[in-house]
Design a protein around this ligand. Structure first.
Ligand code: NDP
Length: 253
């Protein structure tokens, strides 16, 4: 497993922290010393995360969580979140824009408008709105790090995956534009494709697949954590987080 970076006293905002990959990113960042601001709709999942972080803190003295139950289609809520982080900490060190939805696997002409709109709202518009809300706070950090969760679907031609694939291609475009705008600053912005992972989303995408054949989200989270390291130099890259395959694509300029 990739060694975890030291995130002592760093303030990390993680969306989609109630389950799956985001849950394990949040838990591991707290174990590495961060104060995690954990966002999702499901309060039970956030509370389970908080319990684990508190238990770890009792053992090691490291890590803390602030729970933010929020539906990311509430765009004003995202704006308020940036304001609340500013009031409490005056900066943000790490953003992990992980929350996402698959929508539906269906022929492009059969996708209902409300499903398409929801995929775009959660995966794209909320990600942009979050970037807009916290960009000034990340710039105030001595080593601001942003990690946007993408997917191989952004690059590969996959029949029946059109809404999700289009949304992840848009996420990568947001990330690369933002990285270019901030290239000469301390802020580093990267996207990461976690690869097929044993989560609820993957079970929806491939119901016939044996989950035991897939990596556990904790393994994938461990490979994503280095992108939050204050030591990281890369920006504007698309990484893959498959176990044992920490590689990056070379993107065209
Ligand atoms: P899960 O479905 O397991 O978890 C998704 C997370 O997003 C949940 O915590 C959910 O919380 C949150 N979320 C969804 N909708 C909203 C909303 N409207 N407001 C707030 N939070 C929301 O997904 P994964 O862990 O599998 O996926 C994490 C990321 O990785 C996603 O961006 C996904 O696209 C990407 N990815 C995953 C792959 C895989 O194989 N699993 C492969 C490639 C990419 P709640 O429901 O509590 O709100």
């Amino acid at each position: 497993m990739t060694p975890a970076p030291d995130l002592s006293n760093r303030i990390a905002l993680v969306t989609g922290a109630s389950r799956g990959i985001g849950y394990h990113i949040a838990r591991q960042m707290a174990a590495a010393g961060a104060h995690v601001i954990a966002v999702a709709r499901t309060v039970g999942g956030l509370e389970e995360l908080d319990d684990e972080i508190k238990a770890e803190r009792a053992r090691t003295g490291r890590g803390e969580a602030t729970l933010v139950p929020l539906d990311l289609t509430d765009m004003q809520g995202i704006d308020r979140l940036g304001g609340a982080i500013n009031d409490r900490w005056g900066k943000l060190d790490i953003l992990v824009a992980n929350a996402g939805v698959l929508g539906v696997i269906a022929p492009i002409g059969h996708v209902e408008a409300k499903v398409f709109d929801k995929v775009m709202a959660v995966n794209v518009t909320a990600t942009w709105r979050l970037i807009r809300s916290v960009d000034p706070l990340l710039r105030l950090s001595d080593a601001g790090r942003a990690i946007l969760l993408s997917s191989g679907a952004a690059h590969s031609a996959r029949a029946f995956w059109a809404p999700y694939a289009a949304s992840k291609a848009a996420v990568e475009a947001l990330g690369r534009s933002w990285a270019d705008e901030t290239r000469n600053m301390k802020l580093r912005v990267n996207c990461v494709d976690p690869g097929r992972t044993r989560t609820a989303m993957r079970a929806q995408a491939a119901p016939g697949e044996d989950p035991a054949t897939l990596p556990h989200p904790s393994e994938i989270a461990a490979n994503i954590l280095p992108l939050a390291s204050p030591e990281l130099t890369e920006t504007g890259r698309i990484f893959q987080a498959k176990p044992q395959r920490w590689v990056s694509y070379r993107m065209p300029e």
